[in-house]
Design a protein around this ligand. Structure first.
Ligand SMILES: Nc1nc2c(c(=O)[nH]1)N[C@H]1C(S)=C(S)[C@@H](COP(=O)(O)OP(=O)(O)OC[C@H]3O[C@@H](n4cnc5c(=O)[nH]c(N)nc54)[C@H](O)[C@@H]3O)O[C@H]1N2
Ligand SMILES: Nc1nc2c(c(=O)[nH]1)N[C@H]1C(S)=C(S)[C@@H](COP(=O)(O)OP(=O)(O)OC[C@H]3O[C@@H](n4cnc5c(=O)[nH]c(N)nc54)[C@H](O)[C@@H]3O)O[C@H]1N2
Ligand code: SF4
Ligand SMILES: [Mo]
Length: 735
């Protein structure tokens, strides 16, 4: 890969390479400069990427620092439990230790004694998408937990129940809509989520430039709200009431205009009956005339889309909220139409499901919370580890996750992890979670990993595809895909080093390839698959069989993507109903029974007195959950762990520079940052801080506090089991 070197002019043989940014859901194209020693020396946005057009945020710009963070782990680490010290080990030694310990625990206590926690970056890596399922199948445990139940599970459950598949999630047709109602999202800081849209800010500005209207509902006047035509404060956790008020009005004023085949219209009308705008106004803080106006505006706009994200998912009525978002998109005639809420057509990986989605096929052991998408709620992980009995988790694998900082009641997990018989972590860092592991297996640098957005391109606002090969050779260390397949073998007592003549990675891929070819009726065309390795051949197969694929009447295959390294624009979103539906009726279900059942819980809470002060979270532009606080150029300034509070509350409660914040779950002392941008009665603390137990030196110097000391794992959104991070009752005391 490296060009020849001439004399003393190393700069001239720097090279420019292309890759997708893996750091958030916006999938921006990066143009990286690498020096002859493979260090990233410059990062620019890829102007020739047809989707991101050169957009780059401060996190993407720091890609080089992250790639070779001096505090990252480069070799396997093994912990001496007695001395609590770490030493480096060879890959063979690390896997041998896992193979010696893990299968023995499972043999003694059964499959359910094994637990797995999967963190957010799995959605951004080839390894996380293609090889985690293989590891889970090998383990055969139901104790599977992930960041999904601290994030978007309500959206997936709502989509699963309404459309039949939890991955069939509509996105606002950002580039064409005339009216966007956005709740609980702040894409100017987050760059968007479940709405893959590089340069989200630019797309919002374009919406306004073309005469569209943009309304933001948020307990804070965010940077996104400042860009909007209108901002409305809302009481945290009450979006479901606001949306029911809108649904109620659409029916009451005969504005409902369903243009897709749908069941449940009458049941939805009945469910909304109790939530007239006047009744919900008190609960939401949004005046009744405003609710009525929003309903009328949504119905009258030539095209409109409602989009709601994390601020409306991680709440007590998260799934109902996500249901009502799509119900309004449907009632206003905007589902599956240009300018409304549409379904992307991703080039690789479609819906394999034949049966309609449901939850609760099994429940968790201790609290009997229902399974969703094969996972149990992370809110119950701590007690599944600490509660004795058959099925207790005794051995845990974490992959790309930091639940001690990211899960509700994080400190309970800190205690629980310390009690495990054995723990393995696949992670870049020794941090608050991985410090409990017996073995840490580090993935390679991002520049050494391939990239394809199998998950995120299903939620793109324009159809698009792009593949990036690894830019830097691995040398003699394994890829993350090899680590995960080798780990799957070690965890289940199979040969992990190829000593039985089978390399676990190739074997896993060949099995999938053979099965897929057979199912698709292409078993005799195996030889046509291209690629440098089995992973690439798998990707080639997915592309060929995909909606634009060469074997499906289209043109795409891996070679076409390799020939177009800036990515390929596949055009604006297209209507996809009823083809994508997997409901029993093959119609959109506007009133799924499990969600109707949960409305009673909402009605019961209508009359509750509002807590005096509630806590919400917030994201920061130069931050990424818990793991990007170790880059010096990103921390400091506005990227600090402070409690936003309205000055009126500071005065009323007689607070100083700091306050003690108490919730049902815990107590923290935090610095206050008074600001008029937050509504009175609400305080906001970012999550992902609290780096007291990390080997990341910069992060430790900017430690902050763990917001999830205050969040309470005993409260969940019932239909999805999702954690509740917003609307947590707290009291503030002067220090
Ligand atoms: N209070 C509160 N809590 C929240 C939220 C909130 O809004 N408020 N948000 C929630 C949300 S939306 C999410 S997604 C979760 C995130 O929850 P988690 O996924 O548990 O937490 P992260 O901080 O994203 O941790 C990612 C871990 O992956 C490691 N890592 C990074 N890149 C790689 C890689 O390529 N390979 C491997 N193997 N490891 C890697 C990092 O070192 C880090 O340890 O947090 C949730 N927690
Ligand atoms: N820079 C940066 N980008 C990120 C991340 C990061 O940590 N930093 N994390 C990534 C991840 S994992 C995710 S899931 C996405 C999330 O992406 P977004 O959903 O855009 O997340 P936030 O920026 O936290 O915006 C949530 C907003 O909801 C508001 N809010 C809180 N409670 C309520 C409520 O009850 N109702 C309403 N209407 N609003 C409420 C908050 O004030 C906040 O402005 O971002 C991703 N991108
Ligand atoms: S917006 Fe997201 S994908 Fe784009 S450069 Fe920033 S972190 Fe990377
Ligand atoms: Mo997330």
């Amino acid at each position: 890969m490296r060009g020849p070197r001439w004399g003393m002019a190393p700069i001239t043989d720097s090279r420019t390479l292309l890759r997708t940014c893996p750091l958030c859901e916006a999938v921006c194209g990066l143009e990286l400069t690498l020096d002859p020693d493979d260090h990233v020396t410059a990062v620019r946005g890829d102007r020739q990427d047809p989707f991101s057009s050169g957009f780059l945020c401060p996190k993407g710009a720091s890609f080089g620092h992250l790639d070779e963070d001096p505090d990252r782990i480069t070799e396997p680490l093994i912990r001496d439990r007695a001395a609590d010290t770490w030493r480096t080990a060879s890959w063979t030694e690390a896997f041998d230790l896992i193979a010696e310990r893990f299968p023995a625990i499972v043999a003694e206590h059964g499959n359910q004694a094994a637990g797995v926690y999967l963190g957010n970056p799995n959605a951004h890596t080839v390894a996380g998408t293609l090889y985690v399922p293989i590891l889970l199948r090998a383990l055969g445990t139901r104790n599977i937990y992930s960041a999904s139940t601290a994030d978007q599970m309500p959206k997936q459950v709502a989509s699963g129940l309404m459309f039949g598949d939890p991955l069939t999630v509509p996105v606002p047709d950002l580039d064409r809509t005339d009216y966007l109602l956005m709740l609980g999202a702040n894409p100017l800081e987050s760059n968007g989520s479940l709405c893959t849209a590089p340069d989200f800010p630019g797309r919002l500005k374009a919406l306004r430039r073309r005469g569209g209207r943009f309304v933001v509902v948020d307990p804070r006047v965010t940077r996104t709200a400042k860009l909007a035509d209108e901002h409305l404060f809302i009481r945290p956790g009450s979006d479901a009431y606001l949306l029911f008020g809108i649904v109620h009005t659409l029916f009451a004023e005969n504005l409902a205009d369903v243009r897709v085949e749908a069941t449940g219209v009458d049941e939805l009308r009945t469910a909304a009956a109790a939530f007239d705008p006047v009744t919900v106004a008190t609960r939401t803080g949004v005046p009744a005339p405003t609710i009525i106006r929003l309903a009328r505006e949504l119905a009258a706009a030539p095209t409109a889309a409602v989009y709601a994200r994390i601020g409306t998912c991680t709440v007590e009525f998260g799934t109902i909220t996500q249901w009502l978002v799509e119900a309004i998109n449907t009632l206003t005639g905007n589902l599956d139409t240009p300018g409304g809420a549409m379904f992307a057509t991703a080039a690789a990986g479609g819906i394999a499901r034949s049966k309609p989605f449901r939850t609760g096929r099994w429940t968790s052991r201790v609290r009997e919370l229902p399974e969703a998408m094969g996972e149990l709620p992370v809110a119950t992980l701590a007690e599944e580890i600490t509660t004795p009995g058959a099925g207790q988790i005794r051995a845990l694998v974490t992959i790309a996750g930091n639940p001690v900082l990211s899960a509700p009641s994080g400190p309970r997990l800190d205690t629980a992890f310390a009690q495990l018989d054995f723990m393995v972590s696949v992670d870049r860092y020794l941090n608050e979670t991985t410090r409990h592991a017996d073995v840490i297996l580090p993935p390679p640098r991002p520049t050494q990993s391939p990239h394809y957005d199998f998950a995120l391109l299903h939620f793109a606002v324009r159809n698009y595809t792009r593949y990036s090969r690894p830019l830097v050779p691995l040398g003699d260390r394994p890829s993350e895909s090899a680590i995960l397949t080798r780990l799957a073998a070690a965890l289940t007592g199979r040969a992990h080093d190829g000593s039985d003549g089978v390399d676990p990675l190739t074997a896993a891929d060949e099995l999938v390839i053979a099965g897929t070819l057979h199912k698709a009726g292409f078993a005799n065309r195996r030889a046509e698959l291209n690629g440098e390795n089995s992973t690439e051949r798998r990707i080639d197969l997915m592309l060929r069989l995909g909606p634009y694929g060469e074997w499906n009447g289209g043109t795409l295959n891996l070679q076409v993507l390799l020939d177009n390294p800036h990515g390929i624009d596949l055009g604006p979103l297209q209507p996809r109903l009823p083809g994508v539906l997997r409901t029993a009726t093959e119609q959109v279900d506007l009133a799924p029974e499990p969600l109707l059942a949960d409305v009673a819980r909402m009605r019961a809470r209508l009359a509750d007195a509002a807590p005096e002060i509630v806590l919400i979270g917030r994201r920061q532009l130069r931050s990424n959950n818990s793991w990007m606080h170790n880059i010096a150029s990103l921390v400091g300034g506005s990227n600090r762990c402070t409690l936003h509070i309205n000055p009126a509350d500071v005065a009323r409660l007689g607070l100083g520079d700091q306050a003690v914040v108490k919730s049902a779950a815990g107590t923290l002392t935090v610095p206050l940052e008074p600001t008029e941008t937050i509504m009175p009665g609400v305080v906001s603390l970012p999550h992902g801080w609290g780096h007291t137990d990390s080997a990341q030196n910069v992060a430790r110097a900017h430690a902050g506090v763990n917001a999830n000391v205050l969040t309470d794992d005993s409260v969940v959104d019932v239909p999805s089991g999702n954690a509740v991070f917003n609307g947590v009752p707290v009291t503030l005391i002067r220090v």
